[in-house]
Design a protein around this ligand. Structure first.
Ligand code: COA
Length: 249
């Protein structure tokens, strides 16, 4: 258990809420440790993860009080980077609900998700250069992949923060909804995923994360495994039998 990460077990997913509202959910070492523990579990249990923040913020960044004390060896250890990479690589989908501030490391945690849903108060971006550091926990490569080179360069080089409308227009979030509805949408998506074949979902995620040069051979290898799976046989037979019953009726 952690004081800063509240975890709820749900039917179709696990909900993890960054819960340090008095510090705008700034991501400290305790939160990073709790996220690693959660990842270790989800790597085995293979469930969809919904990430959210308490008190009207997602996360206003890495904890600047701790960042100020970190030295070269800490940078090389990639304290947040390794944690967010692990979240990115979770076998099942990760959905982030972004309410209020998603800044710096908070934005990078959001970029590590597969699906992002915003709220009208969203403020998302990377002000790191203003603090004398780079956004080294995913922004320099993930933000480009999500919104393209032109906007990513502008945001990372200027520290400009996007509001909800601009984030939606840029494809940084796929919807903007009031906080309750945003969480409800995330749950709806997790429920949808739970009805699909988990092996096919995991293979799709692996292929979404695979480097360009791995395609299409890696896809064919994944498909070869799935083409032999009893679940594929069952799902396709169920579809065809439903159709033929309808035709007979
Ligand atoms: N790290 C550590 N503490 C943080 C923090 C962060 N990234 N973001 C906010 N906090 C703390 C503040 O220090 C303050 O603590 P205090 O009450 O003990 O003084 C508390 O959270 C509330 O912040 P405050 O600035 O008073 O709230 P606000 O609503 O006026 O402003 C922000 C919110 C997010 C605009 C402002 O806190 C901010 O600019 N935070 C830093 C954002 C940033 O640069 N992130 C990148 C880090 S990599």
């Amino acid at each position: 258990m952690s004081e800063t990460l509240r975890i709820e077990e749900r039917d179709s997913h696990v909900l993890a809420v960054l819960d340090r509202p008095e510090k705008r959910n700034a991501i400290d070492q305790e939160t990073v440790d709790a996220l690693h523990r959660l990842c270790a579990r989800l790597e085995v249990e293979r469930r969809t993860l919904i990430l959210a923040g308490a008190g009207g913020s997602f996360a206003a960044g890495a904890d600047i009080a701790q960042l100020r004390e970190r030295r070269a060896a800490d940078a090389l250890a990639g304290i947040n980077t390794r944690c967010f990479q692990r979240i990115r690589a979770l076998p099942m989908p990760v959905i982030a609900v972004l309410d209020g501030y998603a800044l710096g490391g908070g934005a990078e945690l959001a970029y590590a998700a597969d699906i992002r849903i915003g709220t009208p108060t969203l403020q998302i971006g990377n002000p790191e250069t203003g603090l004398g550091i780079i956004a080294a926990a995913g922004a320099t490569w993930r933000l480009q992949e999500i919104v393209g080179d032109a906007l990513a360069s502008e945001l990372l080089l200027t520290g400009r923060i996007l509001g909800a409308d601009e984030a939606l227009a840029a494809g940084l979030v796929s919807a903007v909804l009031e906080p309750e509805a945003a969480l409800a949408r995330a749950v709806e998506l997790a429920d949808r995923v739970a009805r699909l074949d988990p092996a096919a979902t995991q293979a799709t995620k692996r292929m979404l994360l695979a480097p360009r040069a791995a395609h299409p051979e890696a896809d064919l290898a994944e498909q070869a495994v799935l083409f032999e799976s009893p679940e594929k046989e069952r799902r396709m037979t169920a579809f065809l039998e439903r159709r033929s019953k309808r035709e007979q009726a």
